[in-house]
Design a protein around this ligand. Structure first.
Ligand SMILES: Cc1ncc(COP(=O)(O)O)c(C=O)c1O
Length: 396
């Protein structure tokens, strides 16, 4: 009898998502009746706005239950193109828009369209957990550009330039950032794009959190900076975070025509269209603007209140320092003064105080925690009190 072959290199080399794993552990403890304060989830705690749900229900009832065109239903692609024109003055044809089953999938398939085995992809740290794994799944190699709280978690143009080799093909760029919430200014992005243009790099610009901004900060759509930026930028965004639609699995990708065509062709073999009736819900999110804006405003007010509250409380804890991020719904406090590995810190915190947080090392940055404030004010107050007690215990 022969033993079955080992699993593929793809399966053996991939690391499962640590954020989803910690969130699942916290949820399992809660299901077992434990009083857990979870800062682990990367999703808004609000329900999807009613008018979006109603539109999807109506579509379902109207029989929108069949395959749709792979890159998305035409009215949604047109509405996405129209919103880029309205929000950023970015003129794209609807044929340059590909709707996919989630922004995560859009990032992967965008990378797959441009990366060859042996290419290098530059990823600033701390990074969203999926970029290195996605890059590996294209056969390319991830290379990292380190940042810290000292630089506001932002890469410098000279640092980017120094890391480029003849094999470098893509820069993964994510502003506002998961996990730090850092937002690059337009001028900072211009300087980075100039280096990317000079060295002929593609830019995968993950703009998933573009609408979750505070303190009057505004998002920059990288592709709009210049014609040279537009011809090399793959813009990923979606509905999950802005409209509290994480479970709907809808992402968007906008790219120069040849890339968008390649992405749609890859998608036609790998997933086909994103769920048809869900796309009608997304269409309502873009078309029924007044209702959507009102719902988003309410969510943003809650996020902003929680952001300030969590930030103030964290900085009161001896040993912790935390920047006030201007985007997304995460804070990324520095816990290195405790002299404990961040994975041990998080494991003990969950065990002793039933507080779930994700270690910075999951994002390529040892010595930090990622705390999501997309959770209730009560959980934040209770959780941060427990965290303070835990830290006081470590200091003794
Ligand atoms: C930076 C970033 N990009 C992309 C995604 C993917 O979002 P989704 O697949 O839910 O659309 C996420 C979700 O956590 C994210 O944080």
């Amino acid at each position: 009898m022969s033993t079955p072959h080992p699993l593929s290199v793809w399966a053996r080399n991939v690391s499962p998502s640590p954020t989803l794993a910690i969130d699942a552990k916290a949820k399992a403890l809660m299901a077992a009746g434990e009083d857990v304060c979870s800062f682990a989830a990367g999703e808004p705690d609000f329900d999807t706005p009613g008018h979006i749900k109603d539109a999807a229900i109506a579509a379902l009832k109207a029989g929108k239950t069949k395959y749709a065109p792979t890159p998305g239903i035409e009215p949604l692609r047109a509405a996405i193109a129209a919103r880029y024109a309205a929000e950023y003055g970015y003129t794209v044809a609807s044929s340059q828009v590909v709707v996919s089953p989630g922004g995560k999938y859009s990032c992967y398939i965008g990378l797959l369209a441009v990366c060859n085995p042996g290419d290098e992809v530059l990823i600033p740290t701390p990074y969203w957990v999926s970029y290195p794994e996605m890059v590996k799944l294209t056969g390319a190699t991830p290379r990292f550009l380190e940042t810290s709280d000292k630089t506001g978690f932002k890469i410098q143009p000279a640092q980017l330039e120094a890391a480029i080799t003849p094999k470098t093909k893509v820069l993964c760029f994510n502003s506002p950032s998961n996990p730090t919430g850092a937002v690059y200014s337009r001028a900072e992005i211009e300087a980075i794009v100039a280096v990317a243009v000079k060295h002929n790099l593609y830019i995968l610009s993950d703009e998933m959190y573009e609408h979750l901004m505070y303190d009057g900060a505004t998002a920059t759509c990288v592709a709009t900076l210049s014609p040279e930026a537009a011809e090399r930028t793959i813009t990923v965004a979606g509905f999950s975070k802005t409209y509290s639609m994480t479970g709907w699995r809808l992402g968007t990708l906008v790219a120069p025509a040849p890339i968008a065509k390649a992405v749609a062709e890859l998608q036609s073999q790998m997933s086909s269209n994103a769920t048809t009736f869900a796309q009608y819900g997304a269409l309502a999110a873009l078309q029924e603007k007044e209702k959507t804006t009102a719902a988003l405003k309410e969510m943003l007010m809650a996020f902003d209140r929680r952001r300030k509250h969590l930030h103030a409380e964290l900085n009161k804890i001896p040993g912790i320092t935390c920047l006030l991020a201007q985007g997304a719904f995460y804070l990324f406090p520095n816990i290195s003064s405790f002299g404990l590995k961040d994975t041990d810190f998080c494991a003990k915190l969950l065990e002793q105080e039933r507080v779930a947080a994700v270690p910075g090392s999951s994002f390529g940055a040892e010595g930090y925690l990622r705390l999501s404030y997309a959770t209730s004010d009560e959980i934040i107050t209770k959780g941060v009190t427990r965290l303070a007690r835990f830290c006081a215990g470590l200091k003794k």
